[in-house]
Design a protein around this ligand. Sequence first.
Ligand code: 4NP
Length: 160
Amino acid sequence: MESRRILFVCLGNICRSPLGEGILRHRAAERGLSHLVETASAGTGGWHRGEPPDRRSVAVARAHGIDISSQRARQLHAEDFDRYDLIFAMDRDNLRDIVRIAPHDSMADIHLFMDFVSGAARNVPDPYYGDDRDFEQVFAMVDEGCRSLLDILFRGKPAA
Ligand code: 4NP
């Protein structure tokens, strides 16, 4: 079976989408699905390119047993629309920007993340100007979303 290629996109690629990438990879591994899930993340903006995730995202992930410290921020580019089957926007502004950046012939499936995984078209709120509680809330939303995503994509499929 071919792996699903899943890209998480936020604004800066230092707070929310690195959590999406790290959590999905970790939860897929726990279910024995690593060979079926390829995941990455990017930002619609390029200001933080080359930087590690925000230390508050690294800390909240670590508190839940997930290491995202080796990720580096990058900007979304046209080739991503060929490479990834599913592109998830963390909020509606990201969704609008992703659609604007997408090549006209893009075949990628582009969705608001919480809408795809829960049917509730909610933003994952930008925690950049918030505090540790905001990062904990983002972790909880994204973690629940990633668990649902694996259920949706792989329910009933054998792990190996
Ligand atoms: P992210 O959060 O989009 O979840 O990575 C942000 C990171 C940086 C900025 C805004 C949001 N910024 O304004 O630099």
